[in-house]
Design a protein around this ligand. Structure first.
Ligand code: BG6
Length: 469
């Protein structure tokens, strides 16, 4: 019992959060280059110096050093994204940017050299700014062809070296943050739910199209969907609260269902009635959607507690997914719920529903770390809280595996510190490796192993049998 022998232990990142070099190698601007305060802020006309993502953690120049740190951990898989704008700077070019591809040639080869399996997210909150401006992102169906062309190049170039691919990061966030997930520049308050489902429809069709493309190129390629998951709890045992929790669950399942079953779910009619949704579709969309994924991947950071009438209860903090304050779980420094049991339940739920292999593509604790100098003058970071968090969540996965759930990998989020997605800050850190850079952009960018680095190395070396601190 315990983790399968071939379990893919690893770490995850996204190009816009670690690469930096926003205007090097022929790269064009993405929406992230004009969002200096992340999704909680505003969009600027042009890149501004206070945008930490422009330099990120300089992975573009430091990738060899970073991959050797990952190799030292003995990780089996590294999940990263290909920045669309390195390959097609505006999105509309006919030919790809060779210099951009060269960077990923080198990065992939560096991973393989160290025995690390690359797992690629094709689109991780990185819509080309040109397309965002021209089409208002995925509101426009034209996005499908531009995305397809980008993916065709990536799959064509890397299908012999990269087996695992994710089509979109957290595709369901298109309903919550059309800007982040779908490059929609219009103020989200002006985007109706009907329009959000239209955006999602375009992305779902695109996801199925490239799933087909991948399988046509090589049947051995494994394509996964990726959703932002969270267990949903009713605040009370009032049946109306329980029903509300179930219905909110269905709004995320909507995305896994389409990816896994190849059609809109049976509750679509009710859902669309609730939100007054009228979709603009073409008949062939529904044939395309039949191209289903090989596995389900998801991010899991916390559970969400809901009630029919939420006004009666205190709200909890949360990043993109926030609910009511749950008295039975602990809270992080940022006020986010910490709930490993929710991960256990999520694994069961997806496996029960779809019977497809599961991959935990993101999980981790965002926290401000304190760097101290030991008696030999070396920097140290005692992040026991992160070890505790990861240990509890890995225990939850192990329990689900022991129950018979097929989980084949786990990539902890931001394995080397990176710039946050929601607030574009540096000091909310997730990594096992500290990067010397603060919220003002000051710092040497030097890398320092945290206490959790050594713990995770031991976890991997024992294939998760020893999770002790
Ligand atoms: C996930 C995103 O939602 O959460 C990542 O896929 C992101 O890109 C992560 O970094 C953590 O969120 P944040 O805002 O703390 O960086």
């Amino acid at each position: 019992m315990g983790f399968p022998a071939e379990f893919l232990w690893g770490g995850a990142s996204a190009a816009n959060q670690n690469e930096g070099a926003y205007n090097e190698g022929g790269k064009g601007l993405s929406i992230q280059d004009v969002m200096p305060r992340g999704v909680k802020g505003y969009v600027t006309d042009a890149p501004t110096e206070d945008n930490l993502k422009l330099i990120g953690t300089d992975f573009y120049h430091k990738y060899k050093q970073d991959i050797s740190l990952l190799a030292e951990l003995n990780i089996k898989v590294y999940r990263f994204s290909i920045a669309w704008t390195r390959i097609f700077p505006t999105g509309i070019e006919v030919a790809p940017n060779e210099e951009g591809l060269k960077f990923y040639d080198n990065l992939i080869d560096e991973c393989i050299k160290h025995g690390i399996e690359p797992l690629i997210t094709l689109s991780h909150y990185e819509t080309p700014l040109y397309l965002a401006k021209k089409y208002d992102g995925w509101r426009n169906r034209k996005m499908i062809e531009h995305y397809y062309k980008f993916v065709e190049v990536c799959l064509g170039r890397y299908h012999t070296k990269v087996k695992y691919w994710l089509t979109f990061n957290e595709i369901n966030i298109s309903l919550i943050s059309p800007l982040l997930a779908a490059g929609v520049l219009t103020d989200k308050k002006k985007i109706s739910m009907s329009e959000r489902y239209q955006i999602a429809h375009h992305m779902l069709v695109a996801s199925a199209m490239v799933t087909k493309l991948a399988h046509d190129i090589h049947p051995q390629l494994k394509i996964g969907c990726m959703v932002a998951a969270s267990a949903k709890y009713p605040m009370t045992c009032n049946p109306m609260d329980v029903r509300e929790a179930e219905m909110q669950k269905q709004e995320v399942d909507f995305f896994t269902h389409i990816h896994c079953k190849g059609k809109y779910p049976y509750y679509t009619k009710r859902l669309f009635k609730k939100y007054d949704v009228e979709l603009d579709t073409i008949d062939s969309d529904f044939d395309i959607l039949k191209n289903t994924v090989d596995f389900i991947s998801f991010s899991y950071y916390n559970s969400k507690t809901v009630a029919l009438d939420e006004t009666k209860y205190e709200q909890s903090e949360g990043n993109l997914l926030r609910g009511l304050k749950n008295p039975y779980v602990e809270y992080s420094e940022y006020g986010y719920p910490i709930d490993p049991t929710g991960l256990y339940l999520t694994l069961h739920e997806y496996y029960d529903k779809y019977q497809l292999p599961l991959f935990v593509a993101e999980n981790g604790l965002g926290q401000k770390d304190v760097i101290e100098i030991d008696e030999d003058g070396n920097p140290t970071i005692d992040d026991q809280y992160r070890i505790d968090f990861l240990k509890e969540h890995l225990s939850a996965i192990r329990l689900a595996v022991d129950d018979g759930v097929d989980v084949f990998g786990y990539t902890m989020w931001g394995i080397i510190d990176l710039v946050s997605a929601a607030s574009a800050e540096m000091e909310k850190r997730y990594g096992l490796v500290y990067v010397d850079r603060d919220n003002d952009g000051q710092g040497t960018l030097a890398r320092t192993r945290k206490k959790s680095f050594f713990w995770f190395k031991k976890v991997i070396s024992t294939n998760g049998t020893d999770l002790e601190k």
